[in-house]
Design a protein around this ligand. Structure first.
Ligand SMILES: O=C([O-])CC(=O)C(=O)O
Length: 210
């Protein structure tokens, strides 16, 4: 996907969350390994039984370049959904990122690949490969329902999902929100008189402050 097609390029998760009322943010514990990583793309979904990552390999094989592999691992923290080898496979097929509702391992190796991985953290044990998962189906990850093809945006603050049918409207509203937020900060922060006026106005709208 070119930058021009990517309607969420450059938008922070916070602004997207604000226009969606905060209802489609994945659990706050799902964070990037590398705080610099920002992702925005379409979900290719995978659902796995806790502790078994065979379907993750299937998802890597089926997903298209640029896709974000979103893995519903039931929040399991006992066995890693991916390590540096599995992440290396995803990178080889030019996927954009992994978002895991579970844990990963080989943090140092994954860091050296410089491939975006968002997860609940790391553990030592690998997953089994007995099977039993599914790909390209509706999933629930981090407490949010995600359909294949929904937009996934992630940065240091976390991960937000945007249903495909709302994407254009949400991206437009989020861009407006970002501009408004930037203008407000420029006009108010750093100037005590403006900051005082702003606070008096906002606090004045509360009937009984304190
Ligand atoms: O193979 C696995 O399931 C996990 C792992 O160690 C890797 O990806 O390097």
């Amino acid at each position: 996907m070119s930058d021009i097609d990517n309607i969420f390029q450059g938008l922070p998760t916070t602004c997207i969350s604000d226009v969606l009322g905060g209802l489609t943010n994945l659990d706050y514990a799902i964070k990037p390994i590398d705080h610099q990583h920002k992702i925005a793309g379409r979900a290719f979904t995978v659902s796995i039984p806790a502790g078994d990552n065979l379907a993750v390999l299937q998802g890597i094989r089926e997903a298209r370049p640029g896709d974000i592999l979103v893995i519903a691992a039931q929040g399991d923290t006992r066995r890693a959904v991916a390590g540096d080898f599995v992440v290396g496979l995803a990178q080889t097929f030019r996927l954009q990122a992994l978002v895991v509702d579970g844990v990963i391992r080989d943090i140092e190796g994954i860091r050296s690949l410089n491939f975006p991985v968002f997860s609940r953290g790391a553990t030592i044990a690998s997953g089994n490969k007995y099977g039993g998962g599914h790909t390209n189906i509706p999933i629930s990850a981090g407490g949010v329902s995600i359909q294949p093809g929904d937009w996934i945006i992630g940065d240091i603050d976390g991960v937000v999902a945007v249903p495909e049918e709302q994407a254009q409207d949400v991206a437009k509203a989020a861009r407006n929100k970002l501009n408004q937020d930037e203008e407000r900060s420029l006009a108010i922060c750093g100037d005590q008189a403006s900051a005082r006026l702003y606070l008096d106005k906002v606090l004045g709208t509360i009937p009984n402050p304190g």
